[in-house]
Design a protein around this ligand. Structure first.
Ligand code: UDP
Length: 431
């Protein structure tokens, strides 16, 4: 086993007499799980848990395979790559040695939380050493007719024998036949983080002027690149979608809603620089497709669209820019085709933004239609545009939904609740 194939500590647990909890995922930057762990781990430490965070390594073939698993769990994509023995051999040859390495760092009685299917292959090596394994599943589909997740459950069946508890965002997510303990645990945000802390109007303006999105073109902040005909007028109504460049986020579909928006509204599509994200091989391809669709727009529409690509190299800066975009937006859209749970939606709701979200997966749980936002059918472009237009026009409705949304987030989706959920699960004896 070479050193490069070992997991990497993002936060090494401080050695302690108490049992350790170690979270494992595939990346420390980009995407909702990384975002969540950046806030959950310090909060768990403050709560008295001895906690660490490791990320697994993998080669491009491995991450292409795990992306297939990800899409299939959402009920999408082609299961063909899972047929035969090759995929299983690749998956286990990458993860089993890393499981042994991690087991060697821990003691019997410690707990490892494996996040999503990319890391589940560590389970056998950990369980063999008496380490308790939680599998935390952030993705899934609520489309009862989708059979594609079954391919993943069959593929991962050997690993589930070594899992003690499954945590999932919705009761429908996770392996159907799992007979040990399951808990429904929804993600959460940290209201005090750079991404969510209050910003003044002047701070928002300075951040967005800095990247050249408003004011003068070509601001001096190189932590974002903006594809645009020219900056957005300062007072223009702004519609925002923040997402990774992933087919299920349907950024191209958002562009197709543009003709149904008011003529003065500007649409901002913002996502991470895909060249900096190692575990998402599709990102660069999808961004190129979105850019091509943007270039094909008629000039009258193109001048109202701004594609913002954000560098993740300075995570603090990245978080502040997302915070500023969300606070400046008049409507925040999440037109995903499937979504386990959209942290971007909870972040926007926390900021009193009216949201329009697809009535799929976790989004349908996060947003109460007509109370804390509007739910739409993501395949109905005119319907999505009409919902956004309604909120841009009816400011009283926007204000009401926004303030109910913020109250709902404070009640259900703050990080302290997730810390308590984990405490409860870990505190319970193994069955
Ligand atoms: N995000 C970010 N920078 C970006 C784009 C997204 O920090 O350029 C964050 C976003 O604010 C959110 C997370 O990445 O916290 C995405 O989580 P979500 O649950 O919405 O989707 P996922 O990427 O996990 O599918």
């Amino acid at each position: 086993m070479t050193a490069e194939s070992n997991p990497r500590w993002v936060r090494q647990p401080v050695s302690s007499d108490r049992p350790l909890l170690v979270h494992v995922n595939t990346t420390s930057t980009g995407g909702g799980v990384a975002e969540l762990l950046h806030r959950l781990i310090p909060a768990q430490r403050d709560d008295g848990t001895a906690v660490g965070w490791a990320v697994v390594s993998g080669n491009p073939e491995f991450f292409a395979l795990t992306k297939t698993l990800h899409h299939l769990l959402h009920g999408k994509g082609d299961p063909a790559p899972l047929h035969g023995t090759e995929a299983g051999t690749l998956y286990r040859s990458v993860l089993r040695p890393q499981g042994h390495w991690l087991a060697g760092q821990l003691r019997q009685g410690d707990t490892v939380a494996l996040h999503d299917p990319q890391t589940l292959g560590l389970a056998p090596a950990l369980a063999a050493r008496g380490i308790r394994v939680l599998w935390h599943c952030h993705i899934g589909t609520t489309d009862g007719s989708a059979t594609k997740p079954d391919h993943v459950w069959r593929f991962l069946a050997p690993e589930f024998d070594d899992v003690d508890v499954v945590l999932a965002t919705r009761a429908e997510f996770g392996p159907p036949g799992f007979s040990r303990r399951r808990h429904v645990v929804t993600p959460a945000i940290d209201p005090d983080s750079p991404k969510n802390r209050p910003l003044t109007t002047a701070e928002v303006d300075a951040l967005l002027t800095g990247i050249g999105l408003v004011g003068m073109a070509g601001g001096d902040d190189s932590s974002a690149t903006v594809d645009q005909v020219g900056p957005m007028p300062r007072n223009a109504p702004m519609v925002l979608q923040v997402s990774r460049w992933d087919p299920l986020k349907d950024m191209r579909g958002v562009l197709r809603c543009l003709p149904g928006l008011p003529q003065d509204a500007h649409l901002i599509l913002a996502g991470p620089d895909p060249h900096e994200v190692t575990d998402d091989p599709e990102g660069a391809v999808i961004l190129a497709e979105v850019r091509a669709a943007y270039r094909d727009l008629p000039e009258t529409e193109r001048r109202r669209v701004h594609l913002v690509t954000l560098s993740m190299r300075d995570p603090q800066r990245n978080a502040l820019l997302i915070n500023a975009l969300q606070r400046r937006a008049d409507v925040v859209l999440q037109k995903s085709l499937e979504e386990g749970f959209g942290l971007t939606v909870t972040e926007a709701m926390h900021k009193y933004r009216p949201v329009v979200a697809s009535a799929v997966g976790g989004l349908a749980l996060q947003v109460v239609d007509g109370e804390t936002g509007l739910l739409v059918d993501p395949t109905d472009y005119a319907g999505v545009a009409a919902a956004v237009r309604r909120l841009l026009v009816d400011r009283d409705l926007s204000r009401r939904l926004g303030s109910q949304a913020a109250a709902e987030v404070a009640r259900r989706y703050h990080i302290s609740r997730l810390v308590a959920d984990y405490r409860l699960v870990i505190g319970q004896p193994q069955t």
